[in-house]
Every structure is written in C-alpha cells, then in structure tokens.
Write a protein that binds this ligand. Structure first.
Ligand code: UP5
Ligand code: MG
Length: 206
C-alpha cells in the first residue's frame, strides 16, 4: 500500500518550555466542527521523548539500556531509533484514528535527527515549526518542581544542565535550517502562564 501522507508540526524548545503541555492542549481543544456526528481531534500529539521512555520499558534490554544511558546523561539517542519510533507511531495512530496531522514534540533535536527524518519521512509535509523560548532560571524552577514526583531520571539539577547544553549545541543551530528550507518558524514566549501561551499558539492552527 502507498505511504500515508501527513502534515506535521515540529514543536521545539529547551527542556521545560512547555512543549508537552501545549501539544496536549492543542490535541484536546482543536476539534473538527461537524454537527450531528461525533467531533474528533484534528491533531495528534506524539512526544519523541515519551516514545523513547516507553520503548525503554518494553524494548529488549540492550536497546532499553542504550536509550536509558542517553536520557540519563541528557544526550541525544541515535537518530535511527527515534525516527523509527516516530514512523511506527504515525502509522499506528493513522490506522486507529485516521488522523493525518501530527504535533511532533521534541524532535528534531539536531542536524543528524533532521537528516534521518528526511531519509525516510520526506513524503510528509512540514507545515511549520513552533519554537518555545523561556529564561533558563524559570525552566529550572519548573523542572525541579516536576522532578519531585515525575519519576523522570533526568529531572535533577545535574542532568537538567546537560539537557540545556545539548539543546544549545544541537537544537538551536538547526532553527536556521528551517528558514533555508522555506519552512516557517514561529518563536513563542513561553514564560507566561499556560493559558496565555496557548492563546499565542492556537491562532497558528486556525
Ligand atoms: N509548565 C509548562 N508550561 C508552563 C507554564 N507556561 N507556566 C508554568 N509552568 C508550566 O512542562 C514542564 C513542566 O513545567 C511541567 O511540570 C508543566 O506543568 C510546567 P512540559 O510541558 O513537560 O515541558 P516540555 O517542554 O515538554 O519539557 P520536557 O522536560 O518534556 O522537555 P525535554 O525536551 O527535556 O524532554 P523530552 O521528553 O522531549 O526528551 C527527554 C530526553 O529524551 C532528551 O534529553 C534526550 O535524551 C531524549 N530524546 C532524544 O534523544 N531525541 C528526541 O528526539 C527526543 C528526546
Ligand atoms: Mg515533554
């Protein structure tokens, strides 16, 4: 069968900028307007980090250990692993819900991620890129607070610093690449309250 062609929005930003929070709200609130029949979600949220954390639990021990060592160090998991998980998740979700619009949260995080995406997923349309920005001291406060009960191995001061460094060194440099590819980049201030951030994000989807 032919590959499904999807529309994707990449959602980027340093750790704690609210990628997951905003994607969740977009998935819940952006609904089809159909009278009579049931409303359905227009956009499906896929978090690359969540997919990796799931795979770490269910996958074979060697793969699990590799993923865990990278996440625990605040470093990037090899692109081939992440892209395969995204590819499978897109196909599965499309089969289950027929939704063909995806919010890809936390990917691509660097040039190598982008190249891996382009090598197998180039048939999908990248509508635009959302990039959340927020001062680091605010992010540290959010992540340490969440770390009290998130169970995430990377929500501690030492790994948070490494995550910021990885974001600066790998993710920030690819933002200019999108412009060169004529993919719109929307940078959003996410230091504001959740609902205020949402109000600046939602219009981009209407
Ligand atoms: N919060 C959110 N918005 C707020 C607001 N406006 N005001 C006040 N509080 C706000 O939010 C973080 C916390 O802040 C929450 O408690 C929230 O309530 C609050 P969240 O929405 O979770 O932010 P998010 O940007 O999603 O933060 P997250 O910690 O998930 O970002 P990361 O980018 O660090 O995590 P991710 O899961 O994407 O990646 C984890 C690791 O996986 C990476 O470090 C890497 O090792 C690996 N990875 C890859 O290798 N490749 C990938 O492609 C993806 C991940
Ligand atoms: Mg997240």
């Amino acid at each position: 069968s032919l590959p499904v062609i999807c529309e994707v929005v990449f959602v980027l930003g340093a750790p704690g900028t609210g990628k997951g929070t905003q994607c969740q709200l977009l998935q819940e609130r952006l609904l089809s307007k159909e009278d009579g029949s049931e409303q359905h979600q227009l956009w499906t949220h896929l978090s690359a980090g969540d997919l990796l954390r799931e795979e770490r639990k269910s996958g074979g021990s060697e793969l699990g250990e590799l993923i865990n060592s990278k996440i625990s160090a605040g470093e990037l998991v090899p692109s081939s692993i992440t892209v395969k998980l995204l590819e499978n998740a897109i196909i599965k979700s499309n089969q289950e819900t027929h939704c063909s619009k995806f919010l890809i949260d936390g990917f691509p995080r660097g040039q190598e991620n982008m190249q891996a995406w382009e090598s197998t997923m180039k048939h999908h349309t990248i509508k635009f890129v959302l990039n959340f920005e927020c001062p680091e001291e605010v992010l540290v406060g959010r992540l340490l607070e969440r770390g009290k009960d998130s169970g995430r191995v990377d929500d501690n001061m030492e790994v948070i610093r490494k995550r910021f460094k990885t974001h600066q060194e790998n993710t920030v440099p690819i933002l200019t690449y999108f412009g060169k590819q004529h993919i719109p980049l929307h940078t959003i201030d996410s230091a504001k309250m959740v609902e205020h951030v949402y109000n600046s994000v939602e219009p981009l989807f209407l």
